[in-house]
Design a binder for this molecule. Structure first.
Ligand SMILES: *Cc1c(COP(=O)(O)O)cnc(C)c1O
Length: 397
């Protein structure tokens, strides 16, 4: 006999609400930030380049350029890639809207390739037939922290003269066939939003090995302005600078960078904690036929931003929404990532139609993200497992 669910007035598995994610800030982080507040520089000072160098070294890239947030970083990468009016860029719909919005900012057209139903990442086979004369780039997303099929994507890009801008907002610290994410694509973006692996409050970065992109990114981040004498058209004295194209103010502050530097020291232990909890989830759910656990192809190491279970709704005889609401009532902070991007009203008004990516749409109906973050305890993880088991057995009876 299953205990009555909290949704029906029964006792919830947890007394207090467990969020799906939250940041970890310790005294070292607080001290790092307060030291900047007492220093000469609040915005672009010495800590920006220090943070950039540390990220570049960490992922094995030549260059890194920090931005005010990850979305700004993607916008800059699309600019550096030369995306303009009418250019097509192939991406996945199983992502946060920013992966496609960055193309729209420059007048480009996002083209959505369907996902692989096993990995949930963009399918290289689905990309191929979408490549046209107008295609300029591919934006794969390392969904949940699990690297996309980068070898196949890079070779498709090479064959057709396309750039690859990797949205690795979920994947700092992940590796693909032994290579670190951030060192593989033409440009790779990481986000430092508080739910991501490390945080700067708001923040993002692009890593690249190509000097030309690096220089464009730096200039785009600061209004399109340069002071580099070799680049100036004229020279009126040492005060002189030129705005050479329409850039933005997308600079990160030294306050943010100080937090990033302090957080980066903890990246490895953060990921280890996530992996430990993922193993607990996997062990608890791998033999349950009401759910599918994540599948990692050989050679792919996830940094586990998200842990998603896929419900067998036929077997359960209910909807994702009922299971979701029941888990919320048990005080388990579940979430859903994501509504396929083109189903948002903005994209629907542009003319994208339901049915475009059937695998992504089907996945969306069946997924639930479970709480996963380094400051949760083993007891929290066990509460989630107990809550999921309680709700699933209620419905499968
Ligand atoms: C978080 C996120 C972004 C955007 O990052 P912000 O720093 O919040 O602007 C882009 N793509 C994906 C997949 C994300 O999860």
């Amino acid at each position: 006999m299953v205990e009555k669910l909290a949704i029906h007035g029964g006792k919830p598995v947890r007394e207090s609400y467990l969020p799906y994610s939250r940041q970890f800030i310790d005294n070292e982080d607080i001290e790092a930030v307060s030291n900047v507040l007492k220093s000469d520089f609040l915005t672009t000072g010495p800590l920006i380049s220090k943070f950039e160098k540390e990220i570049a070294d960490n992922v094995g890239a030549k260059y890194a350029v920090a931005f005010s947030n990850g979305t700004a970083a993607l916008h800059a990468a699309c600019y550096a890639a030369g995306i303009k009016d009418g250019d097509e860029v192939i991406t996945t719909s199983m992502t946060f809207a920013a992966s496609a919005n960055c193309v729209r900012y420059l007048g480009g057209i996002p083209v959505f390739a369907d996902i692989d139903p096993n990995t949930y990442n963009i399918s290289p086979e689905a990309i191929k037939p979408l490549i046209t004369q107008n295609t300029k780039a591919i934006i794969p997303v390392d969904f949940t922290g699990q690297p996309a099929e980068l070898d196949q994507i890079m070779s498709l890009a090479k064959e057709h003269g396309l750039l690859v801008i990797e949205d690795a907002a979920h994947a700092l610290g992940a590796t693909y066939k032994g290579r670190k994410i951030g060192s593989i694509s033409d440009m790779t973006m990481f986000s430092f939003h508080p739910v991501k692996h490390i945080t700067t409050g708001e923040g993002g970065i692009i890593t690249t090995n190509i000097k030309d992109y690096y220089e464009k990114l730096i200039q785009f981040r600061s209004h399109g302005i340069t002071r580099e004498t070799t680049k100036l058209n004229e020279y009126h004295g040492s005060w002189y600078y030129e705005m050479q194209f329409l850039g933005f103010n997308y600079r990160m502050t030294d306050i943010q960078a100080s937090l990033g530097i302090s957080q980066l020291k903890k990246l490895e232990p953060f990921i280890q904690k996530r992996k430990q909890y993922v193993q607990m989830y996997n062990k608890a759910f791998e033999n349950k036929n009401e759910v599918k656990i994540p599948i990692l192809p050989n050679g792919i190491d996830s940094s586990w931003h998200l842990y998603i279970i896929r419900l067998d709704l036929e077997n359960l005889g209910t909807s994702r929404r009922e299971i979701f609401d029941a888990l919320q009532k048990e005080n388990i902070g579940v979430n859903v990532h994501y509504l396929p991007v083109y189903l948002h009203p903005y994209y629907q008004k542009l003319g994208y139609k339901k049915g475009l990516c059937p695998n992504a749409e089907k996945l969306y109906e069946e997924i639930i993200s479970l709480p996963l973050f380094p400051t949760m305890s083993k007891t929290d993880v066990n509460d989630v497992i107990e809550g999921v088991n309680k709700v699933l057995s209620y419905y499968s009876n």
